[in-house]
Design a protein around this ligand. Structure first.
Ligand SMILES: [Zn+2]
Length: 116
């Protein structure tokens, strides 16, 4: 049992070592939209419209927030989103390992259950 515990702790340490420790994090979805002006804009009259980027962030209560993102910051925002997802995945994986560590040792051996 101790061995399994050590292995789990080892795996956890490995995950912790890989955590992207950075403040460059943002949650949400980056969407591209086309804005069209009703009148007075030659670009829109030609049917081109303007491409804009919006970061949509949803909140647990059902609320949503939309932030417009300047084109020159799109790559940066993509990187922040990637960091967020990597960090979140690592946190979830660590939590799964901690479930193993919390499981009472005797029961775990008796039932030999292994989920995932
Ligand atoms: Zn326009």
């Amino acid at each position: 049992m101790q061995m399994i515990r050590d292995r789990t702790l080892q795996a956890r340490e490995k995950l912790v070592g890989k955590l992207p420790v950075t403040g460059e994090l943002v949650r949400g979805a980056l969407l591209e939209r086309t804005v069209r002006h009703r009148s007075g804009c030659p670009k829109c009259t030609r049917g081109e419209g303007h491409r804009v980027f919006v970061l949509t962030v949803s909140y647990p209560g059902g609320g949503t927030r939309q932030l417009s993102v300047r084109r020159e910051r799109v790559e940066e925002v993509r990187r922040w989103l990637r960091n967020y997802h990597e960090l979140k995945e690592a946190i979830e994986a660590i939590c799964e390992l901690n479930h193993e560590l919390l499981r009472p040792a005797a029961r775990a051996t008796k039932r030999g259950r292994k989920t995932k």
